[in-house]
Design a protein around this ligand. Structure first.
Ligand code: HC1
Ligand code: SF4
Length: 575
């Protein structure tokens, strides 16, 4: 261990610890901006470019960036000297001198790390007024808006995209004042290999990267008396929406969320989880079909649109191995516009389906032309994120905390515990196994919870005994981890039978559309724990037991994985 003092307090930390981390062990937070260390995601951005974490070290002439300076024995550190504080303030003033002053109208207003820092440091004027850079705003994609004028060159997005996701969309170009983070050849975002996973915007400290805002489209539909507007809510939204209203991370707000959507004016509030159960029935049947016919294994889950775009771009030779199932929210859309429209006698063209998702890639997915064959009736019309829903609730002046718990409408609001666990890494495969095990072995499952697929480990593997046959399963989250598994499959040395892949670290609970975690992984863990609590609270916990899904097959779809199911619930992939 290394012994030192920080602000006259003795500290003992392991060798290699930075001054920043050593200070945190005695509850001193040195401000940071570019720095980001998410151990579980193997993301460590400590390029020390912003210099707001500088501290005084006795015997050193210059101030030291605490995020990248390791402690040494006997070091004497002062974090709060007038010189250090003045230097931090100067750094922030310099950043602000080349930053738009439109904080009041920025979509990151009150959620921006730079703004918070300027406030904490008491920056009251910008001494270095001068030239400001001017770049075009990129609104080319259906999911992400990129405003390089607000970029502070912290490179968090670059580290996230290049090292964690291994997609490599961004790099810093130019020198000094001219430096900016750009796409290769300055291509518009939609022309790059971007998967729209949204992880870059989840870690962007300012408003340089944000989601495409679709709130006004929803208000318009809600206020059009001709439209029959249906909301469907993703599993992960109910364990994070409360954070937008000051509730603890991991608070389960399913009932309040439904009540809020009803007060906003939705004609029906249904659950994407209904379609998650439907997806499991289809996917488990598809797996059995591949097993019976000697089809290609492993089968890969296909509910994450960023992951789908990743394999389409990067592994075009493997397009026949993912399941052909559409994602649950898309399945929901088509069922709402066919089955439910029939049931209610409503013209499907009058129906607007709004998906509330933790994800920005779902915005891009809903706009894919092959999803919703008839252009007049796309499966899903509008996608808003958890953050956008929170904003709508605030705009409407609804006091979220005081709302009563209300129930989803029926029949498309019915779901089992298997559906809710879709929202966290490992959940889709666990849900699939709860059904596939019983169908393949013909025996009831003795142990319903598959602990081996839970937790934040990047790649989780286990062998499940299916009536004498070893069934090899892997779960991975984060596209860099997915790449490792896909390369194994490509090389022909994978023995897996089924693999779950989610693009976002943590799965959907860590989606790019969730309330910002500001680098705190404990928030993601609290959301995951809430997902498993919600599963335990359900009476039914296996997808094939969902009574409303059974009725849907009996009355409308016919056989699982049959002709009608194929036409409506399955898709194909494009190179
Ligand atoms: Fe997900 Fe899914 S679980 S993809 O992570 O399969 O977004 O929550 O809605 O569609 O159900 C997201 C979450 C979500 C779909 C389901
Ligand atoms: Fe990279 Fe994902 Fe951001 Fe696209 S959305 S640039 S893939 S991190």
């Amino acid at each position: 261990a290394v012994e030192l003092t920080i602000n006259d307090i003795p500290v003992s930390v392991p060798e290699g610890t930075t001054i920043l981390d050593a200070a945190r062990t005695i509850n001193i937070d040195i401000p940071t901006l570019c720095y980001l260390n998410l151990h579980e995601m193997k993301l460590n951005n400590h390029i020390a470019s912003c210099r707001v974490c500088v501290v005084e070290v006795e015997g050193r002439r210059t101030l030291a960036p605490s995020c990248s300076t390791p402690v040494t024995p006997g070091m004497v550190v002062k974090t709060d000297t007038p010189r250090a504080i003045k230097a931090r303030r100067t750094m922030v003033e310099l950043l602000l001198s080349d930053h738009p002053k439109s904080c009041l109208t920025c979509s990151k207003n009150l959620d921006c790390d730079l703004q918070a820092l300027a406030s904490d440091l008491g920056v009251r004027n910008i001494t270095y007024e001068g030239e400001e850079s001017r770049f075009a705003i990129d609104k080319s994609s259906k999911a992400i808006v990129r405003d390089p004028n607000k970029c502070i060159r912290c490179r968090r997005c670059e580290t996230m995209c290049n090292e964690v996701q291994t997609v490599g969309v961004y790099s810093a170009v130019g020198r000094g004042f001219e430096t900016v983070v750009k796409t290769a050849f300055d291509l518009p975002q939609h022309k790059t290999s971007c998967t729209f996973c949204g992880q870059c915007l989840a870690v962007c400290p300012t408003g340089a990267l944000t989601e495409l805002d679709q709130v006004d489209k929803v208000w318009k539909a809600l206020n059009d008396p001709e439209r029959f507007v249906i909301a469907e809510t993703a599993p992960a939204v109910r364990v994070a929406l409360g954070e937008g209203f000051g509730l603890e991370p991991g608070a389960i707000v399913t009932g309040k969320m439904v009540a809020a959507l009803k007060r906003l004016g939705f004609d029906r509030v249904f659950d994407t989880e209904f379609a998650a159960d439907l997806t499991i029935v289809e996917e488990a049947t598809e797996l059995m079909d591949r097993l019976k016919k000697g089809g290609r294994l492993p089968i890969l889950t296909s509910c994450c649109p960023a992951w789908v775009k990743f394999f389409e771009h990067q592994f075009p030779d493997l397009l026949d191995i993912p399941s052909t199932c559409k994602s649950p929210h898309e399945m929901f859309g088509v069922i709402a516009k066919k089955y439910y429209a029939d049931l209610m006698g409503i013209d499907p063209q009058r129906i607007t389906v709004v998906s509330v998702m933790p994800c920005v890639a779902k915005k891009y997915e809903a706009a894919r032309p092959e999803l919703g064959r008839d252009p007049k009736t796309p499966d899903v019309d509008i996608v808003i994120t958890t953050r956008e829903l929170a904003r709508m609730i605030r705009e409407a002046g609804i006091h979220f905390g005081a709302l009563p718990d209300e129930d989803f409408d029926q029949p498309l609001g019915e779901s089992t515990g298997a559906a809710v666990i879709f929202g966290t890494t490992g959940g889709v495969i666990e849900a699939a196994l709860r059904t596939a095990y019983e169908w393949i072995t013909g025996r009831p499952l003795a142990r319903i919870e598959f602990e081996e697929f839970r937790g934040m480990e990047g790649i989780k593997e286990a062998v499940i005994d299916m009536a004498g046959r070893d069934f090899r399963v892997a779960v991975t989250h984060g596209l860099g981890n997915a790449r490792k598994i896909l390369e194994k499959i490509q090389a022909g040395d994978s023995e897996y039978d089924a693999i779950e892949i989610m693009a976002c670290p943590g799965g959907c609970i860590g989606g790019g559309g969730q309330p910002y975690h500001h680098g705190n992984m404990e928030i993601l863990k609290a959301r995951a724990a809430a997902i498993y609590r919600e599963d335990r609270n359900k009476t039914l916990r296996k997808s094939h037991e969902n009574p409303a899904v059974r009725t849907l097959y009996e009355k409308y779809l016919g056989e699982p994985y049959g002709e009608k199911a194929h036409m409506l619930l399955h898709t194909h992939y494009i190179e």
